[in-house]
Design a protein around this ligand. Structure first.
Ligand SMILES: O=C(O)CCC(=O)C(=O)O
Ligand SMILES: [Fe+2]
Length: 356
């Protein structure tokens, strides 16, 4: 499927949420109108489409890697399972994560490859990977991670400049030479021919844990719950357009000015439901030692935002990026669920328990 060109179109009769389209080449060139549009997207929904990102060929190769990996036997994949102790890197089997506080199980399987492991390969930093991953580590995965990390870095610096940070402030918090939770993920959701229940989450409602996500979808299924709404709406996949979004770390660093919006994955709608759904993400997350707190000393704009926030607690989380990430991963594992309290401990800046 990843290479399949003729998949059925996304249906026209389901509610979708429009996103602003930003052009990466124009952003890089400093185009003022484009930067304004990007700022608007980042401070309202925290999601946008991005074209001219230069990753299409690598994305196709990454999907091939994902398909080769998911085609391994279940036993082989389970040798590389991420486990229940709060490590994200490795294979995640279907059902291994809860999707809500009742403990309902997810249906997606995915392979997470650490940025640190890909850059240091063949020397493992966090763990080892299946043969299908190793075979493409140097020619596919490392170039995809490096390109995506550079895209995310460029985007973060543009936002940082508008926030009033000194140049390089956000880059320093996301150094490639500090270990971090940054990773790429290839996700497969099985097809659901006939009788799709809209309510059944394939991947539960969440905000992203890190700073910035560079996402590539072939089929529909990604949904957002826009601020002020209690309705899930699909994001329509557009060929050649990445879907980018901000995560909790950027929300916290910016004192809530930048948004980290709730989203989830359900089976692809309409005629697309008979196919497996593939998606690919690069998650850029702060370095392990970075404190998750608002950067009030670096920006008067952030300081004022925190000063006027009704609840300031989240802006000084008291956790490093490493602890924050491990807490969220660990407490969403099915095996660790001991009731709604475990689930709540997996949460980040999601302020909408009813959505989960
Ligand atoms: O598969 C998708 O479209 C989104 C996946 C996602 O939100 C995630 O892995 O954090
Ligand atoms: Fe996500």
């Amino acid at each position: 499927m990843p290479g399949l060109v003729n998949y059925p179109p996304f249906p026209d009769d389901v509610p979708t949420h429009p996103l602003l389209v930003v052009d990466y080449e124009l952003l890089k060139a400093g185009d003022e109108e484009e930067i304004k549009k990007f700022w608007q997207a980042a401070t309202t929904l925290g999601f946008w489409y991005m074209k001219n990102h230069g990753a299409d060929e690598l994305v196709n190769e990454m999907f091939d890697m994902g398909e080769e990996t998911m085609d391994l036997s279940f036993d082989e994949k389970m040798k590389f399972e991420q486990g229940d102790d709060g490590m994200s890197f490795g294979y995640k089997a279907p059902g291994a994560n809860a999707t809500d506080e009742s403990g309902a199980r997810d249906t997606v399987e995915f392979i997470n490859i650490s940025q640190d492991d890909a850059l240091a390969y063949p020397k493992p930093v966090h763990r080892t990977y299946p043969s299908t991953v190793n075979a493409r580590m140097e020619n596919t995965i490392r170039p995809f991670i490096l390109h995506s990390a550079e895209v995310n870095r460029t985007l973060m610096e543009i936002l940082g400049k508008i926030l009033g940070f000194k140049e390089g402030t956000l880059t320093q918090l996301h150094r490639l030479d500090e270990t971090s939770g940054s990773e790429t993920r290839c996700i497969k959701n099985p097809p659901r021919p006939g009788g799709i229940s809209e309510e059944k989450a394939a991947l539960g409602a969440h905000t992203d844990f890190g700073s910035m996500t560079f996402l590539h979808n072939r089929l529909g299924g990604l949904q957002v719950m826009p601020p002020g709404s209690d309705r899930w709406q699909y994001i329509r996949p557009i060929p050649g357009h990445a879907v980018c979004n901000l995560g909790d770390a950027m929300y916290i660093f910016s004192g809530g000015i930048l948004k980290s919006n709730l989203h989830r994955v359900v089976p692809a709608p309409g005629a697309q439901a008979v196919l497996p759904r593939w998606s690919l993400a690069m998650f850029t997350r702060p370095g392990d030692s970075v404190a998750l707190r608002a950067l009030t000393e670096q920006s008067s704009m952030v300081a004022e935002a925190v000063a006027s926030a009704p609840d300031k607690s989240i802006f000084n989380s008291g956790q490093t990026s490493k602890d924050w990430f491990a807490r969220r991963i660990k407490n969403q594992r099915t095996k660790n669920q001991k009731g709604p309290e475990t689930w709540r401990q997996s949460r980040g800046t999601e302020h909408r328990p009813e959505a989960a």
